[in-house]
Ligand binder design. Structure first.
Ligand SMILES: Nc1ncnc2c1ncn2[C@@H]1O[C@H](COP(=O)(O)OP(=O)(O)OP(=O)(O)O)[C@@H](O)[C@H]1O
Ligand SMILES: [Mg+2]
Length: 461
């Protein structure tokens, strides 16, 4: 990301809050704390209660060593916006630095309860190591038990002997339930076609590909706004193929001991190679493959270098191992991952268009007691909605029906009206993503990676 280009953009549009925040972040990354502070102060001038800016200021103050002032400001921020997970997470970090492991754990749990996506397995590991509680904890991929005396011995038919032990030891969900298929994912025809070409056909017809001198391999990285079906589509891919599908989350890889994470990552790749043909799916890959320049800790760099090494198959062959990744922050993924042979296909998963929203509404409606259900009308009233937003519409309408049913003491079906009303209450969640994506696409679009975003926004043909 080019700071100079962003500064130029900022000169042209000095009150652009997303831009100010991005420039602040870049300054912070380079430890230009004063410059970062100036940008954030400007944001607060423009909008006095801007939570991200206030949080950023508290973090800068903490970095400058004024911990108690940082805590006071954080307290105020948490009081003003108690559901702001990132603020609680910073409190957890500061508490850990202050050697208050129990308090750190409480703040950490609070943050993750508010928003699972802030889960930070490295921080959690550090808190646990410092003595912050032993019970189960929440990671980015769901709850995990911390003290696992591993005695479940269910034998797995896919792997025998050593492999079964390794798979269990790594706690991999390699048999992702093939319970959903492409037909359960609405819209996305182009993305599905990309996955067919790059993953499904090569697995099904290896000879054909060989005849054209092509080896199946390389990787596909799905990116796009949250809630638009990236994870869902990956799961559906598992349902479309007859091959081992390994779903890897951060907690499978990160280990609290330096050097162990690299080993784990290596074991995961080895397992996939033995099981070939296989698909390795890395969800929320930005967390594992974060830009090395963003990292202050050298341990993170080790994982990335290992990851690159494994992708290149420099130690062993990756034939028949296909890699799928998903992220909603591709700009945080280290550029080295995008080189040929690695994630060489970047696939944009846009918000669903009208017909896709209609299809998604039909999918969400399956098996529900509905009357006057008009998917076309819902599609019309849900401009800018993600698939997850549409799911929220159904959840809200179902709640409304339940409330009425309880009042009446009789079953009330979910009505078309309830659904349309719910459309008014749900706010489209994809716009915010496009605000940042647009800046990256305009000012950091190396090799045209984000052209699809610009085309989607109508800024490029
Ligand atoms: N195309 C779709 N068809 C049907 N349901 C969808 C679709 N897109 C999203 N949904 C619904 O929204 C939920 C969230 O989608 P998913 O987790 O796949 O989003 P994501 O793109 O991975 O988001 P994130 O970037 O936040 O991880 C799904 O479980 C599903 O219920
Ligand atoms: Mg996801």
């Amino acid at each position: 990301m080019n700071l100079e280009a962003l500064k130029l953009a900022l000169a042209a549009s000095p009150d652009n809050i997303p831009l100010l925040l991005m420039v602040a972040k870049l300054h912070e990354d380079q430890f230009e704390l004063l410059d970062a502070r100036n940008c954030l102060d400007r944001v607060v001038q423009l909008q006095s209660d801007h939570p991200e800016a206030l949080l950023g200021i508290a973090r800068l103050i903490d970095m400058a060593g004024e911990t108690s002032e940082a805590v006071v400001r954080l307290d105020a921020l948490c009081a003003m916006k108690p559901d702001f997970a990132a603020a609680w997470l910073l409190r957890a970090r500061i508490a850990l630095d202050e050697k208050e492991a129990q308090a750190a754990r409480a703040y950490y749990d609070k943050a993750v309860a508010l928003d699972r996506s802030v889960a930070d397995d490295e921080l959690l590991a550090a808190i646990l190591k410092a003595g912050g509680g032993k019970r189960s904890a929440m990671t980015a991929n769901g709850p995990i038990e911390i003290d696992d005396d591993d005695d479940n011995d269910d034998d797995d038919p896919l792997f025998t002997g050593m492999d079964a032990v390794t798979a269990r030891e790594l706690d991999l969900e390699f048999r992702v339930k093939a319970d959903i298929r492409f037909e359960d994912v609405g819209g996305m025809d182009k993305v599905k076609e990309d996955i067919r070409m790059k993953i499904i056909h090569p697995l099904k017809n290896p000879e054909l590909f060989a005849a054209y001198g092509k080896k199946p391999g390389g990787g596909v990285l799905l990116y796009g706004p949250p809630g638009c079906g990236k994870t869902l589509l990956a799961r559906a891919t598992a349902g479309e193929i007859n091959a081992s599908f390994f779903s890897i989350g951060l907690h499978h890889v990160l280990d609290m001991y330096i050097g162990e994470s690299e080993q784990k990552l290596h074991k995961i790749f080895e397992l996939a190679r033995k099981a070939a043909p296989s698909v390795l799916f890395f969800d929320e890959i930005d967390a594992l493959a974060a830009d090395r320049r963003d990292m202050r800790q050298s341990s993170g760099r080790g994982i990335i270098n290992q990851f690159l090494d494994e992708l290149d198959g420099s130690r062993s062959q990756n034939d028949g191992v296909l890699i799928l990744g998903a992220t909603n922050a591709p700009w945080h993924v280290d550029g080295a991952f995008m080189r040929p042979g690695r994630f060489d296909r970047l696939v944009f998963v846009p918000p669903p268009d009208g017909p896709a929203r209609e299809e998604i509404a039909r999918i969400h409606a399956r098996g529900k007691p509905l009357v006057d259900f008009d998917p076309a009308q819902i599609a019309k009233k849900s401009e800018g909605f993600s698939g997850a937003d549409l799911k929220a519409v159904f959840d809200l309408a179902t709640e409304a029906a339940l409330t009425e049913a309880m009042k009446k003491g009789a079953l009330v079906p979910v009505g078309g009206k309830m659904l349309l009303n719910a459309c008014k209450d749900v706010k489209p969640s994809t716009r915010k993503w496009f605000e940042s994506a647009k800046n990256y696409a305009l000012y950091a679009n190396q090799s045209g990676f984000y052209d699809d975003v610009l085309i989607y926004l109508g800024l490029k043909k």
